[in-house]
Structures are given as structure tokens and as C-alpha cells.
Design a protein around this ligand. Structure first.
Ligand SMILES: NC(=O)c1ccc[n+]([C@@H]2O[C@H](COP(=O)([O-])OP(=O)(O)OC[C@H]3O[C@@H](n4cnc5c(N)ncnc54)[C@H](OP(=O)(O)O)[C@@H]3O)[C@@H](O)[C@H]2O)c1
Length: 321
């Protein structure tokens, strides 16, 4: 796979990465997880050049980092490993919704625990998962900067932040990457944050680049969503909204048919076309989808295709609740 730099400060990575969350968390929670299959998918991703792996301590919670640690035993130097800290579940299971905790003490403790679960002495990129409204971002980033000084992290990233928050964070430590939701049905960040990142040499890492699977055309009704799947609680997936949003997925499918690609590849190629250091991390635990997503790196959209995709209507329903 072709590579790009993780912004002006980071290492080279495959232009399409791998989001690992769904292997342990969020989607289809009622199905028994097949960890061996997920480990095999991670190894296939590395073989395909999808070297940029994404996890977080809150995924599981904790089990996703353990899974990555297991998969990378003997393969650590093949991956550019990113994790996140600063979101916590109160209680023993994955509900209710996680809340931000950006206190320096929590971050210091969590960094060491993540490294233990990931079975590594450092991660390549440590993100602050969310800005905690109760803690100045300078303090949270300061704790991550200590991890860099101690050799526990190579780079610092932020997730779902404004330009002002990026600037405040950069006053404490250089920021290498910003991760936020970006896809054909979530384009808000292209207005201010993405241009700011490009100006500053900060990589932009789109999460949920397939619209949580919707843009691939996989879901045509609410009832097709697995039981115990967090998409069942999202506004865009409620039956009436979903029915209206099918027009978007149909358009993606139509363009895919015309250019001989899959809908997932078109959705990812549009994201890749947003800039040089824009590195999507589609999530999958399925070998077929992994290959499909890797193939997106070679799909070229014409300016007419891009204009058609840019003109897609705004979806019905907010992106979260
Ligand atoms: N920073 C944050 O706050 C944040 C929030 C959410 C996610 N993330 C990160 O972003 C990553 C990706 O986001 P996401 O998983 O939410 O959404 P996504 O990548 O937009 O979509 C994942 C869904 O699409 C399906 N899929 C993947 N490739 C496909 C293909 N080629 N054809 C058909 N279906 C396909 C997956 O199915 P299977 O799972 O069945 O293979 C899964 O249901 C996560 O893994 C996580 O690392 C970060």
C-alpha cells in the first residue's frame, strides 16, 4: 500500500489504517467475540501495509488493548500503534456511556496500565480521547507530554477538538495528529479543523469513515442492526431517519458501480481525497472487508465524481444521540 507521513512530525504509515474498536466493543455486543479471527485480521492488515492501528483503553473497556497486545507479540515493530486515554466507564461493564476524565493523575496511571495491556514499552501515538470540560486541556496534554519525556509515547494526538483547543494544546507540546469523525455523512470538520491541521502539519485521522458501516449499503432497515449494537441508539440509524438516509448510500453505490469499485472504497477514496495527511481508520473484523478497504488506496475519483459526492445531502439525524 502507498504510504504517507503521519503529519510533518510523525512516521510513515499506510494511507488506510485499521480501527480495532469493533473487534471488542460497540458493535454487535451480543455475539461471542472470535479473538483468534481478530488477531488474524490484524496480521493480514500488517501484511497489506495497513500499519496504522487504532485502539483505546475504553474499548471493552480494556479488552481491545489486550487483544492488540496479543496480536502484536512478535510484530510490534511492524505497526504504528495508537491508543487513547481520557474516557472512562463508571461501573464494571461497558454501560452506561463513557465520560471524559482528563485529570493528570488519571492519565499518568492509565498510560502505564495501557502499556501493560498492549505488552509494549511505548506507543507511537497517545491521543487524549476527549477534552474533559472540568480540566484545562493544557493539564491533560501536560500529563501526556510527561509520557513522551519518559519514552512511553512517541507522539501526542487529540480527538474531537476545536481549533482553539488544538492551539492551547500546542502551547504545551507539539500535536502530531487529530482524530475526529469524518465521512461522506459527517463533513463538519472539513470547514475549520481540517484546514488548520493541514496548515500546522498535523495529520487528520478520520474515524468512522464508512459512516459506521452505513455508507457501504449494508443496512437497509433498523431491524438489520445486530441486537445490543450501539448504532441502535444513534439518531441516524432510527428507522425513519435510516430510510431517508438510504438515498446517500444508494448514491455511493451508484458511483461505485460506475467506476468498478465497491461502495466502501468510494467512501474511503472520498475521505482520502480530502488531503495528503488524511489517514482514515476504517474498522473491521472481517477479512473480506479488510481487503476491500485496503483496495481503496488505489481508487481514484475524478473531479466530477468528487463533485457528485460533495453534493450529497446532509443526513437526517445527528451523528450521536
Ligand atoms: N476517536 C473516537 O472517539 C472514535 C469513535 C469511534 C471510532 N473510533 C475509531 O475509528 C475506527 C473506525 O470507526 P467505526 O468502526 O466506528 O466505523 P466505520 O469504520 O465507519 O465502520 C465500521 C463498520 O463497517 C463495517 N465495514 C467495514 N468495512 C466494510 C466493508 N468494506 N464493507 C462493508 N462493511 C464494512 C464493519 O463491519 P465488521 O465489523 O462486521 O467487519 C463495521 O460494522 C474504530 O475502530 C475506532 O478505532 C474512534
Amino acid at each position: 500500500m502507498r504510504t504517507t507521513a503521519l503529519g510533518s512530525k510523525g512516521p510513515e504509515v499506510g494511507v488506510v489504517g485499521l480501527g480495532c474498536m469493533g473487534m471488542s466493543y460497540g458493535y454487535d455486543m451480543s455475539t461471542q467475540r472470535d479473538e483468534d479471527a481478530s488477531v488474524a485480521v490484524i496480521h493480514q492488515a500488517l501484511d497489506l501495509g495497513m500499519t496504522f492501528l487504532d485502539t483505546a483503553d475504553v474499548y471493552g473497556p480494556y479488552t481491545n488493548e489486550q487483544l492488540i497486545g496479543r496480536a502484536l507479540r512478535g510484530h510490534r515493530d511492524r505497526a504504528v500503534l495508537a491508543t487513547k486515554v481520557g474516557m472512562v466507564h463508571h461501573g464494571s461493564d461497558a454501560s452506561p456511556r463513557p465520560m471524559p476524565n482528563g485529570s493528570p493523575d488519571h492519565i499518568r496511571r492509565s498510560v502505564d496500565e495501557s502499556l501493560r495491556r498492549l505488552d509494549t514499552d511505548h506507543v507511537d501515538l497517545y491521543y487524549l480521547h476527549r477534552v474533559d470540560p472540568e480540566v484545562p486541556i493544557e493539564e491533560s496534554v501536560g500529563a501526556l507530554a510527561e509520557a513522551v519525556s519518559a519514552g512511553k509515547a512517541r507522539h501526542i494526538g487529540l480527538s474531537e477538538v476545536t481549533v482553539e483547543q488544538i492551539e492551547r494544546a500546542q502551547s504545551v507540546h507539539p500535536i502530531t495528529a487529530v482524530q475526529s469523525e469524518l465521512s461522506l455523512w459527517t463533513r463538519d470538520w472539513t470547514r475549520e479543523v481540517l484546514p488548520h491541521c493541514q496548515e500546522q502539519g498535523i495529520a487528520f485521522v478520520p474515524y468512522s469513515p464508512l459512516g459506521k458501516g452505513f455508507l457501504t449499503g449494508r443496512f437497509t432497515s433498523f431491524d438489520e442492526l445486530p441486537q445490543d449494537d450501539f448504532r441502535r441508539g444513534l439518531a441516524r440509524f432510527q428507522q425513519d431517519a435510516l430510510r431517508q438516509n438510504l438515498a446517500l448510500a444508494d448514491k455511493v453505490k451508484q458511483i461505485a458501480g460506475r467506476i468498478g469499485a465497491t461502495p466502501a472504497q468510494v467512501a474511503l477514496a472520498w475521505v482520502l481525497a480530502q488531503g495528503e495527511h488524511v489517514i482514515p481508520i476504517p474498522g473491521t473484523k472481517t477479512p473480506k472487508y479488510l481487503h476491500d478497504n485496503a483496495g481503496a488506496a488505489d481508487v481514484e475519483l475524478t473531479s466530477a465524481d468528487l463533485a457528485e459526492l460533495d453534493a450529497l445531502p446532509v443526513p437526517t439525524g445527528g451523528r450521536y444521540f
